[in-house]
Design a protein around this ligand. Structure first.
Ligand code: UD1
Length: 377
């Protein structure tokens, strides 16, 4: 990045976008944030979020609208495409809305660039671990395998661990690398795979370098607490602060990769600055597996919560058992090294959550919506 470089961030008023904007501005970039201030994320009032630095220019608009997005793209040298509807469960009953906003939004940006590429030298697009479906595993008999979703009968019997399709033995999870076959299990995940493939295909054809970053479970300050589809760490801390035990799905031993937003921002900066990852998709995680129960424990320790958790033994349609990142490729290509230990990152998340006031508890209503459609049992 050079001082004065113009960076357009779609979804820039959100959790990741606003942190990235702060970091880029500190390096002397001129950032423009393009965002529709989606009420589910930003609350009903629709005003400029308080956490947004006053010096960042904010353009309120819809990524599907060429008349508002076009002029901003033509002023930019770098475009970071983070705008998306992000509720995995919600995408399963708002199928058209998700696909319109996510897929057509990205198509609109690429069409603008076809018509007039302006001075754009780099594209960055947010992809997601959700495109993998289940993570990578190994079978003692058959070696490395990439299982599909657990069959409904198995889940109904509350047998949570994925099994080998060849011999039925319980599988052992492995770090997931970028070559694992993609089995997206939700409309949201399919939209994200589309994002990645659309940007990379476009980049190859027009020789505008693009990088797709497959974000794992990001946590940290500015996570939208009013959004019931925000990540589990924010949901759990909100519940504990409200005096309610976290609701744990399955048995809580499912593994994820929790990566702090500051490490995600660093990965974005490296992908913007350096050419080594151009035209590729890379995992962005911490590289450390962590169970949902361990997350709850760490939060309870931070908040002094002694009320325990409620293990529901329920599950959501499309939920995977384990997925955590193999970060070898991004380490090798970009020199990325995650810095924030979960024990420290959790403090930063909790101090943010504790400062939020009057946040409506929307999780119960969201769960009702899923249950009514048979998407949570
Ligand atoms: C999903 C998406 C991911 C997206 C993220 C946040 C998949 C495979 N991945 O991840 O791309 O970034 O949502 O939108 O779909 N859990 C509870 N109690 C709760 C909430 C969640 O136990 O109240 C459990 C879930 O069952 C899951 C884990 O916590 O096992 C993590 O859930 P969540 O934070 O929603 O993220 P993912 O489903 O991993």
């Amino acid at each position: 990045m050079s001082v004065g470089e113009r960076v357009l961030i779609t979804g820039g008023a959100g959790f990741v976008g606003s942190h990235l904007a702060d970091a880029l501005a500190r390096q002397g970039c001129r950032v423009v944030l393009f965002d529709n201030l989606e009420p589910q994320v930003h609350g009903g009032e629709g005003g400029r979020p308080e956490y947004l630095d006053r010096d960042h220019e904010l353009v309120i608009g819809d990524v599907r609208d060429p008349d508002t997005l076009g002029p901003r793209v033509r002023e930019a040298e770098v475009v970071v495409y983070l705008a998306a509807m992000v509720g995995v469960g919600q995408s399963m009953y708002q199928v058209r809305r998700y696909t319109e906003v996510n897929t057509l939004g990205a198509a609109n940006l690429l069409q603008i660039l076809v018509d007039d590429p302006g001075q754009v030298r780099k594209l960055l697009v947010a992809s997601s671990m959700s495109i993998y479906g289940e993570g990578a595993y190994t079978c003692p008999e058959h070696g490395p395998v990439a299982p599909r979703l657990r069959p409904p009968e198995q889940l109904a019997a509350r047998a949570w661990e994925p099994r080998c399709s060849g011999c039925g033995v319980e599988l052992t999870p492995l770090p997931t690398d970028e070559d694992k076959p993609l089995f997206p299990t939700s409309i949201y995940a399919i939209n994200k795979r589309d994002h990645e493939e659309m940007f990379l295909a476009f980049a190859h054809a027009y020789r505008i370098p693009a990088v797709a970053l497959r974000f794992f479970n990001i946590y940290g300050s500015r996570q939208a607490l009013s959004n019931p589809y925000t990540g589990v760490a924010a949901i759990f801390s909100g519940r504990m602060l409200a005096g309610k035990p976290p609701l744990v799905f399955e048995d809580g031993r499912q593994l994820r990769d929790f990566v702090h937003v500051s490490d995600v921002v660093r990965a974005c900066e490296l992908a913007i600055e350096r050419p080594e990852a151009d035209y590729q998709a890379l995992n962005v995680g911490s590289g450390r597996p962590m169970s949902v129960l361990e997350v709850a424990d760490a939060l309870a320790g931070e908040l002094g919560w002694a009320g325990g958790v409620e293990i529901t033994e329920k599950f959501r349609a499309g939920d995977i058992r384990h997925c955590f990142a193999d970060i070898t490729r991004i380490q090798r290509l970009l020199g990325y090294a995650p810095k924030m230990a979960f024990a420290d990152g959790v403090g930063e998340l909790v101090s943010w959550v504790a400062r939020q006031q009057g946040v409506p508890d929307t999780v119960a209503e969201a769960t009702r919506q899923l249950t009514a459609r048979g998407l949570a049992r």
